[in-house]
Design a protein around this ligand. Structure first.
Ligand code: UDP
Length: 384
């Protein structure tokens, strides 16, 4: 295929990310598959990105994520400066057939404002679409700007103006899904895991309370605000509590931690993360928000770990109740479901992941969307 895509991953983290980094991980998963299909990829990221691509452009020497702790008026120029570099590149070259943009709000607004001077754009919505109502509710990108979601449930909640630009959804994928059904099964421990940012929406407080009530071992893995290790959070002292996720952790989660039955282990990465997830009896998602894409859900299935979750957001699309997980609309029922999940088979989860959530499946879907977006008046998806 002769197609050059400018993949705009943004200025926040290098690609692949050094640790936590949902969007950058997806870009790092997608790009090699696109290149296998013959797509030329120009990556707009930061200089420290190491992902093999055909060409790189960047404004910042390294990831600017750390700056997000500063007040808005000190950081609002960062994504604008990055987009400014992207727009300059688009103005000075004529080989870009399509921009695949992943930069929250600013990417969409800037590329839409370029009007007919920009190539066709596919902007992937990785977020809760209840955010940015002023931007999403009034979007007019003409027939050049198209968006896609990461689940049908996410798009169904989007404002009408955003839906009018949509070409559908593409579920997230993970390299762990490749040949997931052929890997030898992992030995299971007896722990339940919650893998994700510690945040009210992810519901670690509920998981911790239920673990104490019902009596199952629980591992909470993930950062608390910017703190990845328990010792870093402890060393940060009271100032850290300015961060709402840190306050949530201390006030709602920490009272249930006993260092034995219920533990917070900080961020886990690489093999350690995979082993902890593969060895878990259950991956628990006690959600209090509409999970848009659920990377950790897809990873759990890939590693043969059944999912127990509140049936919100993308969960009913990713998990089949009774086969690859157990879902409920009543959060108080989660404890019982954790105990019942032993009936689910790891092999079913891994087969499902190998069939639906591989990078190749995701890349094929995106190539299909690129073709639609490049049609002069790309038809949008009519959502009910
Ligand atoms: N993650 C990780 N280590 C942790 C916690 C999370 O590597 O300790 C990864 C997790 O495996 C997943 C991503 O962070 O790939 C979280 O993405 P998800 O879509 O589940 O949640 P988000 O944070 O984007 O809402």
């Amino acid at each position: 295929m002769s197609l050059t895509v400018l993949m705009n991953a943004g200025p926040w983290l290098s690609v692949p990310p050094p640790g936590y980094g949902g969007i950058e991980n997806i870009v790092a998963t997608l790009v090699p598959e696109l290149r296998k299909l013959g797509v030329r990829v120009v990556l707009a990221s930061v200089e420290t990105s190491t992902l093999p691509v055909d060409e790189k452009i960047s404004v910042f020497p390294d990831g600017q994520f750390h700056a997000l702790q500063r007040p808005y008026n000190q950081v609002c120029g960062i994504s604008q400066a990055h987009l400014n570099g992207v727009v300059r590149a688009l103005h000075t070259r004529d080989d870009i057939d399509l921009v695949h943009d992943h930069v929250e709000a600013v990417g969409l607004a800037t590329l839409a404002a370029m009007g007919p001077e920009a190539p066709p754009v596919l902007h992937t919505l990785h977020w809760d679409l209840a955010k940015h109502p002023e931007l999403y509710g009034n979007l007019d990108g003409g027939d050049r700007i198209r968006v896609n979601g990461v689940s049908a449930a996410q798009l169904a909640r989007a404002p009408r103006a955003l839906q009018d630009h949509s070409v559908g959804h593409v579920h997230l994928s993970t390299p762990l899904a490749v040949d997931a059904d052929r890997r030898p099964p992992a030995a299971k421990g007896d722990h339940v895991i919650v893998l994700g940012r510690v945040n009210p929406g992810k519901g670690q407080d509920l998981a911790a309370r239920l673990a104490q009530q019902v009596g199952f071992p629980l591992v909470l893995a993930g950062p608390v605000g910017p703190y990845h290790r328990p010792q870093d959070l402890a060393a940060a002292g009271d100032e850290a509590r300015q961060n709402p996720d840190v306050r949530f952790f201390y006030e709602q989660v920490a009272p249930y931690l006993d260092g034995d039955l219920v533990r917070w282990v900080g961020t886990v990465a690489g093999q350690e993360r995979d082993d902890l997830l593969a060895g878990a009896r259950v991956a628990l998602f006690p959600l209090r928000w509409e999970e848009p894409g659920g990377t950790a859900v897809v990873e759990s299935l890939s590693l043969g770990t059944p999912v127990v979750a509140v049936a919100r957001g993308c969960l009913p699309e990713l998990v089949e109740h009774g086969r690859t997980g157990l879902l409920t609309t009543d959060e108080e029922e989660l404890g019982d479901l954790v105990m019942a999940a032993g009936l689910l088979e790891a092999d079913e989860c891994r087969r499902e992941a190998a069939a639906r959530f591989t990078p190749a499946v995701m890349a094929e879907r995106y190539v299909g969307l690129y073709e639609r977006v490049r049609q002069p008046a790309a038809p949008t998806l009519q959502l009910a």
